[in-house]
Design a protein around this ligand. Sequence first.
Ligand SMILES: Cc1cc2nc3c(=O)[nH]c(=O)nc-3n(C[C@H](O)[C@H](O)[C@H](O)COP(=O)(O)OP(=O)(O)OC[C@H]3O[C@@H](n4cnc5c(N)ncnc54)[C@H](O)[C@@H]3O)c2cc1C
Length: 237
Amino acid sequence: MVEESDFHAATVLSKRHISPSMIRVILGGDDLRRFASCGGLDEFAWLTFPHRDAPLADAPGRYYTIRHWDAAAGRITVDFVSHEGGIASTWARVAEPGDRLGVLKPRFRYVPPADACWVVLLADATGLPAVGRIIEERAPEVPVIAHVEVNSIEDRQDFSADGYHCHWHPSFNHAGRPSRLSEIAVELDLPRGLGYVWVAGEASEVAACRRHFRDTLGLPRERLTSIGYWIHGQARS
Ligand SMILES: Cc1cc2nc3c(=O)[nH]c(=O)nc-3n(C[C@H](O)[C@H](O)[C@H](O)COP(=O)(O)OP(=O)(O)OC[C@H]3O[C@@H](n4cnc5c(N)ncnc54)[C@H](O)[C@@H]3O)c2cc1C
């Protein structure tokens, strides 16, 4: 049961490809002005995708990252990876200004310890919106090293920030394998000293990354956040 105060009806204001595989949708509308950001840098919300004029709150949904929240204008930016099948990707591919969407109460998982003197972000394309927001809105004195897996090198993005390095890996959905995030994890060297690792992507790859950082490298629980964003071969509901 969705609390009315946790639910917002949103309208598509604009849609465009920001790279070959990423569709950016900007949402607005009167009801979205009530949206209360939770303030977390990997902030995400359950979005509902209605069929024609069906009720928004009951429609099927998926989790998506709030790439940007413009509180003054009451606008949310969401970046959708374009892929075959799936209600969300299909919706984004055909979305037009005026289309409706439901936005539920947001949450976050990115919680670096206060003593972290570096942050490593490891994500496939679905985690790229969160990587971008973390890089742009974090405390600038903490250096960030990001490794992002994309479909092709044309899917790279620039971020409005200093003090970060982003390594791009064009191996997402290549050669019949959805992702090689776990191989990237094994190949990377973590900086010295106390830090924090944040991982997001295909669920089995994220699980393998978690095993590597926790069991092989002995990273303490509070220094690792790992989230399965999607499941290969399975609709996420
Ligand atoms: C906290 C959180 C935040 C997220 N933020 C974002 C975001 O900002 N942008 C974003 O694009 N995704 C994001 N995701 C991932 C997104 O929710 C999933 O990719 C979701 O499965 C897409 O729904 P769908 O209806 O398009 O496909 P589904 O109906 O869930 O799946 C249909 C088929 O497509 C496959 N599939 C799903 N996603 C992909 C993909 N990306 N590439 C290739 N095949 C895929 C499935 O394995 C399945 O076979 C996030 C997930 C979580 C949990």
